[in-house]
Write a protein that binds this ligand. Sequence first.
Ligand SMILES: Nc1ncnc2c1ncn2[C@@H]1O[C@H](COP(=O)(O)OP(=O)(O)O)[C@@H](O)[C@H]1O
Ligand SMILES: O=P(O)(O)OC[C@H](O)CO
Length: 502
Amino acid sequence: MTTTGSKPSYMLSLDQGTTSSRAILFDKKGSIIHTAQQEFKQYFPKPGWVEHDANEIWLSIQSVIATLLSESGVQSTEIAGIGITNQRETAVVWDRHTGMPVYHAIVWQSRQTADICEELKDAGLSDLFRERTGLLIDAYFSATKIKWILDHVEGTRARAERGDLLFGTMDTWIIWKLTGGKAHVTDYSNASRTLIYNIHELKWDEELMGHLDIPAAMLPEVRSSSEVYGHTQESLFFGAAIPIAGAAGDQQAALFGQACFEKGMAKNTYGTGCFMLMNTGNHAIPSRSGLLTTIAWGLNGKVEYALEGSIFVAGSAIQWLRDGLRMIKSAKDSEDYAKRVVSTEGVYVVPAFVGLGTPYWDSDVRGAVFGLTRGTSKEHFIRATLESLAYQTKDMLQAMEDDSGIELTKLRVDGGVVKNDFLMQFQSDMLGVTVERPVINETTALGAAYLAGLAVGFWQDQAEIAAQWQVDRAFEQEMAADLQEKLYSGWKKAVNAAIAFK
Ligand SMILES: Nc1ncnc2c1ncn2[C@@H]1O[C@H](COP(=O)(O)OP(=O)(O)O)[C@@H](O)[C@H]1O
Ligand SMILES: O=P(O)(O)OC[C@H](O)CO
């Protein structure tokens, strides 16, 4: 597809996810023009460890760009700018002279730094880290992954102290590669997931870095989420110097893509896991209920904050029904099976395969099924697995309302799972709020395109973007309140029993 106009007509989003990289081209209306996607290898060197090869990720990025350009017929001169969004927390360390990573990237899911976290907690540092970063001490976040690499890969600490090594999350790595090593930057939203970034003073926190022996010389410069960080090297595939003009972690980008610009607006993304973010404006609200306080984005000279709830197993529970239990042939089938019964008849599935996130934060609890009878069928089991996503989301929403004092009336949803109408209706029933599914479900990539587009004048302001958001379907509560309460109290009993079983 080409255009005749002289002005560039598209924004390009590069979405570097946990299992695949995607390039998506958007037009001025925020509609998708073309998509290219490529999966890359997951490395599991030991139980609980998850790693990626950063060079393979870079190759996947180059490949999706090349595919997108050739399949769409769009010329690089028609692209006004590039926005980057990424799996968050995943950490890579590389040599600034050779560009070679010193070790695999350690992925957000990886538990290999759990011991380092225990040491920090035993040293009584939990409150300090929580107050400064808004996060919990957990292997999920980047900083202990950096320490692990410097502790385990010979010679790296000395090289890092000499300034020869650089650290980055995937946004930083890709921007560094795209600019031919000219820009070593990240944005506020990604920095806020490292566990060494002070989200109140907006600076790398030297005291926290000291507790983890992380040298300042390896850290990227933290910039806003919407500005030109550099241009693509002309010698690369584009053959043109295109501005790289926006970056945000994928969940924050989805909040932006859902146009949740007002304080109290929230979105929930149902992918492999499930991440709910509520915009809390210029307020970093501390959580008492197991949520994270995080930076939503930096824009127009200020940062905005969010409260975040994290569920580690959501769509992957449906994959488990398909690949592990072989109960369904495709994820889509789950809806047909669930609708064949009117309830689970008291069956609850607690999919705590890798522990529980918000609000329980218990990595030792494991999955459990309750309420089986001789009459339990595959339909009940599948329905109960789907319902578990809605119950976990209710847990998050309650924590969010408790911490923020804001009562939600609407929840915007996105991600692969939200195609499931049964689940979205059940979700609305369980929350008692309107669940809104937008026309453009690729909100993560769209958010990155919007952030970059604002920086290069492709879109004028947030009001223009908010006006583009369109609902595909709104689900309203239909279930009676007493039934909703009864079902949810059954879930609470099931979760607590699973926790007690460890
Ligand atoms: N109709 C459906 N019902 C329930 N789950 C679904 C449906 N379609 C896809 N999924 C689930 O959605 C997930 C993929 O969503 P996606 O947003 O692409 O995830 P991610 O970005 O985390 O890889 C898979 O785990 C899959 O099982
Ligand atoms: O790549 P995703 O979509 O699984 O998202 C991962 C999250 O950013 C982890 O915090």
